[in-house]
Design a protein around this ligand. Structure first.
Ligand code: ATP
Length: 514
C-alpha cells in the first residue's frame, strides 16, 4: 500500500511537470480541491469528453445532447430534494482539528476488515497450492469467519444508520470501532452534524430583491426540466435519451486524493426516458453498455468492478457504481441509477405544469421513468492517467517514464523530428507537420538529442514519433517509432497518414462499441 501511495505521489507530480494538471491559484498558495488543466490535460480531457459524447449521440439514434445553464431557478433544487437532503454527515477531531465524513470513516473501516480477509485467503492459497478450496476455507476458517461476521455486523449497522439518518448512531459506530483520526491518532471526536454541499450565491441586486441561487451540484436537473422541450422539438419517442456534459459544484467536506474529489468538477450525464415498468430492463442494458465503454479503452478489464448499492436513495429502485482500481483502492467513477419517475413528478408538483409524455403507441399519457448514467470527467481522467503511468527500466540501465494512454485519447498524436538541425532536414520535417496537422495534433521538435526528444514524447503519451534523416531526402522514407514497443520501422511519407490514423482515430474505438 505504501508503495502504491508513492506511485500516486509520482503521478501527481508528473501531471504537474508535464502540463496536465495544476493546483488552482498556485501562486497564492492554492485553493483547496480546485484544479486547473494545463496544455496537455485539456487535450486529454477533451478527448475523453468526445469519446463519451460520440459514444452516446453518434451510436444511438435516440440520444441527443443539450447544454443547459449552471444557474437554474432555485425551486428546482427544492423539488429535487437537494435543499433539504443533499447533506454529508461530518465529524471533527478535536485534537487535529481535522474534519471528516463520518460515513467515509466507517467505509474505510469496512475496507480494512475486507483487506484482512483477503490477506488470510491469499496466505492460505499459497500454503495449500492447487488443492485449495477457497469457498470451504472462507466458511470454515475460524479467523476468517470471525472477520466476516464483524464485517457483516458493521455493514448492517452502518446501512441502517444511514437509511435512518441517525447521526448519533454513526458517531457511536465510530466510538465502538475505536476509529482514530489518521492525523492525531486520537478518538477525541465531536458530534456528527449534517452539512449541505450546495454552494449558494445571490442573483440580482438587493434593490430588486436579490434571489438566492445555487451552483448546480449535478447536471441532471437541467435535463429533467428540458425533457419535454427536447421531446417535442426533436420529435423523440420513448425510449429516448438526453446527454449533457458540464460543470457541477459541491462544497465537499473532505477534499483529498487530487482530482478524485473536487469542489468544482465536470460531469457527463445521460438520462434515458422509458415506459413505467420497463426501467429495470433498461437499467441492465445501460449497466452492461457503460462497462463496455470503459473496457474498450484497454486499461485492463480486471481494473473494473460493479458495486451495487445497499442504501438506495428513496426514489431509486436500482443503483450500481462502476468502480475503478485507483492506486488508493477501488473507487467509484460512474453511477448508474434507476430513478423511477421521482424527479419528473417532483417538477410537475413544484412547477404546477403538466409535463407528461403522450405515448402514441399506448394512446396514453404518463410521467416517464428514468435511467441515469453519471460519470465524472475528472475521475475518468484520473483513472486513465493512473493506469497509463509506468516507470520502465530499459536495457542498458536507462530509465523512461511513459504514459501508455489509449492512442485516441493522447493529447499529441505524433511528433516530427529532424535528426539534425541542418542539411535541409528541418524543412523536410516541417513539411510533414504541415501536412499531418490538419488531421492530428502534431508536434515539431528539434532540440536536444533524439533520445531525449523521444523521452519527452513518451512522458506525455504521444503514440508516434517520426524521425527525418538524410535518407529521407533520397527516398522519401522516415522512421516511425511506436511509443509502447519502441519499435522503429522505415515507412514512406505517403503512408504516414494511414498508419497513424488506424491507431489514433476515435472511430476505431467507437467501432468496438458496435
Ligand atoms: P461520492 O460518493 O464519491 O461522493 P457520489 O455518489 O456523490 O460520489 P454522484 O452524485 O453519483 O457521486 O455523481 C456522479 C459522478 O460524478 C461520480 O461517479 C463521480 O465520477 C463524479 N463526482 C461526484 N462528486 C465528485 C467530486 N467531488 N469530484 C469529482 N468528481 C465527482
Amino acid at each position: 500500500m505504501a508503495q502504491q501511495e508513492d506511485v500516486f505521489k509520482k503521478i501527481v507530480s508528473h501531471a504537474k511537470e508535464y502540463g496536465f494538471v495544476f493546483q488552482s491559484s498556485e501562486i497564492y498558495d492554492g485553493l483547496s480541491a480546485v484544479y486547473d488543466y494545463g496544455q496537455n490535460g485539456v487535450e486529454l480531457k477533451n478527448n475523453i469528453k468526445r469519446y463519451w459524447w460520440e459514444g452516446m449521440t453518434l451510436l444511438h439514434e435516440n440520444i441527443v445532447g443539450i447544454d443547459s445553464a449552471i444557474f437554474m431557478h432555485p425551486t428546482i433544487w427544492k423539488a429535487s430534494g437537494h435543499v433539504d437532503a443533499f447533506n454529508d454527515p461530518l465529524i471533527d477531531n478535536r485534537d487535529s482539528k481535522k474534519r471528516y465524513r463520518a460515513d467515509v470513516l466507517i467505509e474505510e473501516e469496512l475496507a480494512k476488515i475486507d483487506d484482512k480477509i483477503e490477506k488470510e485467503v491469499a496466505k492460505a492459497r499459497k500454503r495449500f497450492g492447487d488443492s485449495f478450496d477457497e469457498k470451504l476455507y472462507r466458511e470454515t476458517n475460524p479467523r476468517v469467519s470471525d472477520y466476516i461476521r464483524q464485517r457483516d455486523e458493521l455493514h448492517e449497522r452502518f446501512a441502517k444508520a444511514m437509511n435512518d439518518n441517525d447521526l448519533n448512531e454513526l458517531r457511536q459506530i465510530i466510538i465502538d470501532r475505536e476509529i482514530v483520526c489518521p492525523v492525531s491518532g486520537t478518538k477525541n471526536w465531536t458530534e456528527v452534524r449534517q452539512f449541505n454541499l450546495m454552494f449558494r450565491t445571490e442573483m440580482g441586486s438587493t434593490a430588486d430583491g436579490a434571489m438566492t441561487v445555487y451552483l448546480r451540484p449535478e447536471t441532471a436537473q437541467g435535463i429533467f426540466v428540458n425533457y419535454l422541450n427536447v421531446q417535442k422539438t426533436g420529435r423523440m419517442r420513448i425510449p429516448f435519451g438526453i446527454a449533457q456534459i458540464g460543470k457541477a459544484f459541491r462544497n465537499e467536506i473532505v477534499a483529498r486524493q487530487f482530482i478524485f474529489r473536487m469542489r468544482e468538477f465536470e460531469q457527463m450525464e445521460m438520462q434515458f426516458f422509458v415506459r413505467p415498468g420497463e426501467e429495470l430492463k433498461w437499467f441492465d442494458y445501460w449497466k452492461d453498455r457503460r462497462l463496455k465503454w470503459h473496457k474498450a479503452l484497454g486499461l485492463g478489464d480486471e481494473k473494473y468492478r460493479y458495486h451495487d448499492h445497499d442504501k438506495l436513495a428513496h426514489y431509486a429502485n436500482a443503483a450500481t457504481d462502476i468502480e475503478f482500481q485507483m492506486p488508493f483502492g477501488f473507487k467509484e467513477v460512474e453511477g448508474i441509477h434507476s430513478r423511477t419517475n421521482f424527479d419528473l413528478s417532483q417538477h410537475e408538483k413544484y412547477s404546477g405544469k403538466n409535463i407528461k409524455y403522450f405515448d402514441p403507441e399506448l394512446n396514453e399519457s404518463y410521467v416517464p421513468y428514468v435511467i441515469e448514467t453519471s460519470i465524472g470527467v475528472d475521475r475518468m481522467f484520473l483513472s486513465v492517467l493512473c493506469s497509463s503511468y509506468e516507470e520502465q527500466l530499459l536495457e542498458g540501465g536507462d530509465k523512461r517514464v511513459v504514459l501508455h494512454l489509449p492512442a485516441p485519447l493522447a493529447p499529441v498524436k505524433c511528433a516530427v523530428m529532424p535528426l539534425v538541425k541542418k542539411d535541409g532536414l528541418p524543412e523536410k520535417a516541417r513539411a510533414i507537420v504541415n501536412d499531418l496537422k490538419f488531421d492530428f495534433s502534431t508536434h515539431y521538435d528539434e532540440k536536444d538529442s533524439i533520445g531525449k526528444r523521444y523521452r519527452r514524447q513518451d512522458a506525455i503519451g504521444t503514440p508516434f514519433c517520426i524521425t527525418v534523416d538524410h535518407q529521407t531526402l533520397e527516398d522519401n522514407t522516415v522512421t516511425l517509432r511506436e511509443r509502447d514497443s519502441m519499435e522503429q520501422k522505415r515507412v514512406n511519407i505517403d503512408d504516414l497518414h494511414k498508419l497513424i490514423h488506424e491507431d489514433v482515430s476515435l472511430t476505431s474505438l467507437l467501432r468496438k462499441l458496435g
